[in-house]
Design a protein around this ligand. Structure first.
Ligand SMILES: Cc1ncc(COP(=O)(O)O)c(C=O)c1O
Length: 373
């Protein structure tokens, strides 16, 4: 039997044909960037998240850097979880911010209000880059947003994993001072490469459009550069793929949910802990995070699952940022990051995608029964 893979490109033959046709139209039109597809994708993404604006860019890493710049991170201490992708920390550094690593709560694999308050009191941070890890929105995230507002801290949401994630009627990316979504190929939806900035701030949206296009305000192709910027546009072809994917985002997330339900029922039966999403209206289920409580590591269990025909993909994250060679000079106290140290090497994520059938999910469940039971 074919091993289960953590990667699935969710495009039907019909959709691929439509993309090919549109690609021909785009190439013949000569409008390869900043055209009608980009505009439509932005409008529809903003509508989906109920934000005032969405700005399409080349990657989420660029979006995060723009959000850090727009929120004035330069020269300021900014809290960022150590348990995140390289991009969150790197974008902050590139924007001139000074990262202060935050610990995580093992129930959600992300920070919580208590951790944030502690980090604020100890380090005098002036902003926060939060990560909805695996697509989970922390149950206390509204209180986190209130705390930031009351204490004058900006709060940027890294929603790279959280397309379709909603809690208390609000979409990830729409709780505070801007959100960043990634459309990298392994994500919940893809544009091949791409990112989306969402915001309710008119000025931030105007500046983000300028920064992604070499600092040109207003006219896309003019010769006047008003802001420091970069060439971080999305191609028209990517934007069209984004439209195709967005149209079926809820359906794709629903399929992930059904697969996750089958796997979680088995984990409950086995008494194996995992990060729950019951408190949310809808979770992206980008990653189902299973905690390993018997001393085995991510590498051990990944190998044993592969022997059962289940290839687990990357974790979130096996090596946290404070342990990455590139960030070795960022000062941190390992005791302040005790949960991150303990749990990053001791979790595993099964290969749940929108292509996971109920039968696949049962295969994952029975592999867990053999490996963790
Ligand atoms: C949490 C997180 N933030 C940001 C990024 C960066 O996304 P992109 O590859 O679109 O730059 C990733 C990508 O893997 C991610 O996992």
């Amino acid at each position: 039997m074919k091993p289960l893979s953590p990667f699935y490109l969710d495009l039907t033959e019909e959709e691929i044909n439509a993309i090919q046709e549109e690609m021909g139209r785009i190439l013949r039109s000569g409008q390869l960037i900043l055209g009608e597809n980009t505009e439509k994708f932005e409008e529809e993404f903003a509508r989906y998240c109920s934000t005032k604006h969405a700005v399409a860019m080349n990657t989420a890493t660029s979006v995060l850097e723009v959000l850090a710049v727009l929120n004035g991170a330069k020269g300021k201490k900014v809290a960022v979880p150590s348990n995140t992708n390289f991009a969150t920390v790197e974008a902050l550094i590139r924007a001139g911010g000074i990262p202060v690593f935050m610990d995580m709560n093992p129930e959600t694999f992300q920070s919580d209000l208590e951790i944030l308050e502690r980090t604020h009191q100890r380090h005098g941070i002036e902003g926060v880059m939060w990560v909805h890890i695996g697509g989970i929105i922390s149950p206390d995230f509204e209180q986190v947003a209130d705390y930031c507002r009351e204490n004058g801290l900006f709060l940027v949401e890294d929603a790279a994993h959280a397309h379709g994630s909603r809690m208390n009627g609000r979409s990830a990316g729409n709780f505070a001072d801007g959100g960043a979504f990634s459309f990298f190929p392994t994500k919940v939806m893809t544009t091949m490469e791409g990112g989306m900035l969402v915001t309710n701030d008119d000025e931030h949206a105007m500046l983000a459009r300028s920064i992604r296009n070499q600092g040109k305000r207003g006219a896309a192709y003019g010769g006047l550069h008003s802001d420091h910027g970069n060439s971080w546009r999305m191609s028209e072809i990517s934007a069209f793929i984004g439209l195709v994917q967005l149209a079926k985002l809820d359906e794709m997330v629903g399929r992930r949910q059904r697969a996750a339900d089958i796997v979680c029922a088995k984990l409950d039966e086995l008494g194996v802990p995992y990060c729950r999403t019951d408190h949310m209206d809808q979770a992206s289920h980008y990653k189902l995070i299973v905690r390993l409580t018997d001393g085995r590591t991510y590498a051990d269990v990944k190998k044993e699952m592969a022997e059962q025909g289940v290839n687990c993909g990357g974790g979130v994250y096996e090596v946290p940022c404070h342990r990455q060679p590139v960030f070795a000079d960022i000062p941190h106290d390992p005791e302040e990051l005790a949960n991150t140290e303990e749990w990053c090497p001791r979790h595993v994520c099964p290969p749940i995608t929108s292509g996971t059938t109920e039968e696949d999910a049962r295969r994952i469940a029975s592999a867990f029964e053999k490996v963790l039971g």
